[in-house]
Design a protein around this ligand. Structure first.
Ligand SMILES: [Fe+2]
Ligand SMILES: [Fe+2]
Length: 395
């Protein structure tokens, strides 16, 4: 008699042999290729001086690429904008990965309550430990750069709790932040005792990682194309090694949200409702596209202060009036940079739609990603102009 016949529950991952095998294989391969040690080594060796004279990724992935600032910058300033993109981008990733570590554990606790989920949970433990290595590398390099160039923080922040902000530079206020924190905490408590909701975290994680994958693949391109990877600037190598780990994380999200979910009980009406709310939450988080950072869905007005401080720093040496005018020209007028970011936003939306397509518990309007699709160049310009008026009044 097969031992699984002794189980008191009809639900078991072991009955879905092909999924179990795929998950075990993905974890095994991830362990074999684990980039944690390389990332530790790279960040320990990082010296800004040694790589500040080269571009770390394609020019279009530079802070405020395709705006007036970019057009008027010297070659050295363009390189700095390219480096600052790296810093800003990975500061967002740090924030998302702090949350990922916690939510991996919460969802793992929920999934462990179903028979045979040990392989999934062990894989998640490895991923969490990889995220800690990723965060350490991004944080060390970003802080070194900001200290050296500005002597103060711009995009970096001290270590913090998982629920503080999953999106930094977003459109928020105290009430919204409090509500958001309550939601994320309530969800994490719910998911520890609920396998279906535990799986849904991976649908969300899959969507978020999907966008990361799109952009990080391009940030790794210089290293992918190079014949001698180890001679490339250290931050480019970090992008590449991180991308390798993340492609396994994406596989995990995909396997759990598309396949494992079939091995557990169909959702109740309540679970469906929460799931659809979660998917709408992703769309709200990814509603904006940022002119400053192509590929991150930040709310531009939240960046004005930081960009202003960068322009006033010795690196750009602008006086108050020139810096304010530059913020105005870069953010409140149509530019190539804004169009590029809009294009990435649209590509991400298309990928999200495909990702959700096969999930029958997701409502049609959520699947169509219509909320995210509501943002346009015109709308974005209006928001940025409105934000500019309060920015100027703030002085
Ligand atoms: Fe990561
Ligand atoms: Fe990850």
């Amino acid at each position: 008699m097969h031992p699984h016949l002794f189980q008191t529950t009809a639900l078991s991952l072991a009955t879905d042999l092909s999924t179990t095998k795929k998950i075990a294989l993905n974890s095994k391969r991830n362990k074999a290729q684990d980039n944690s040690d390389e990332l530790d080594d790279l960040s320990n060796r990082f010296q800004y001086n040694e790589c500040k004279d080269s571009y770390w990724q394609q020019e279009q992935f530079s802070l405020l690429f395709g705006t007036r600032l970019w057009d008027e910058s010297s070659e050295a300033q363009k390189k700095l904008l390219n480096h600052l993109y790296w810093v800003a981008y990975y500061c967002q990733i740090i924030s998302a990965e702090i949350a990922t570590i916690y939510l991996n554990q919460a969802a793992g606790a929920g999934l462990y309550s179903v028979e045979d989920f040990r392989v999934v949970c062990d894989g998640l433990d490895l991923e969490s430990s990889q995220e800690r290595a990723h965060i350490a590398a991004f944080k060390k390099i970003s802080e070194d750069i900001e200290y050296e160039v500005f002597g103060e923080r711009m995009f970096t922040y001290p270590m913090r709790a998982y629920h503080v902000d999953t999106m930094i530079f977003h459109n928020s206020n105290r009430v919204k932040e409090y509500w958001r924190r309550m939601q994320i905490q309530a969800y994490s408590v719910l998911s520890t005792g609920n396998a279906f909701l535990g799986c849904q975290y991976f649908t969300v994680r899959g969507l978020r990682t999907l966008n990361g994958k799109l952009v990080q693949h391009q940030l790794s391109q210089h290293v992918i194309d190079s014949s001698d990877r180890t001679s490339m600037p250290i931050p480019s190598q970090v992008s590449f090694h991180h991308f390798l780990d993340e492609s396994y994380h994406f596989n995990t999200s995909k396997l759990i949200s598309h396949d494992v979910v079939k091995s557990i009980k169909a959702p109740t009406a309540f679970e469906r409702k929460i799931t659809n709310k979660l998917m709408l939450g992703v769309q709200k988080d990814h509603f904006n596209f940022s002119t400053a950072i192509n590929g991150i869905f930040w709310y531009d007005p939240a960046l004005y202060q930081t960009v202003y401080r960068i322009l006033r720093s010795p690196a750009f040496a602008m006086d108050h009036a020139a810096a304010v005018q530059m913020v105005k020209d870069c953010f409140t007028k149509e530019s190539q940079g804004m169009h590029n970011s809009r294009k990435t936003h649209e590509t991400a939306r298309e990928h999200y739609k495909t990702y959700l397509d096969k999930l029958d518990f997701v409502n049609p309007e959520v699947k169509a990603m219509s909320h995210m699709g509501k943002n346009t160049i015109e709308h974005q310009l209006k928001m940025n102009q409105k934000g500019f008026r309060s920015f100027v009044n703030g002085f």
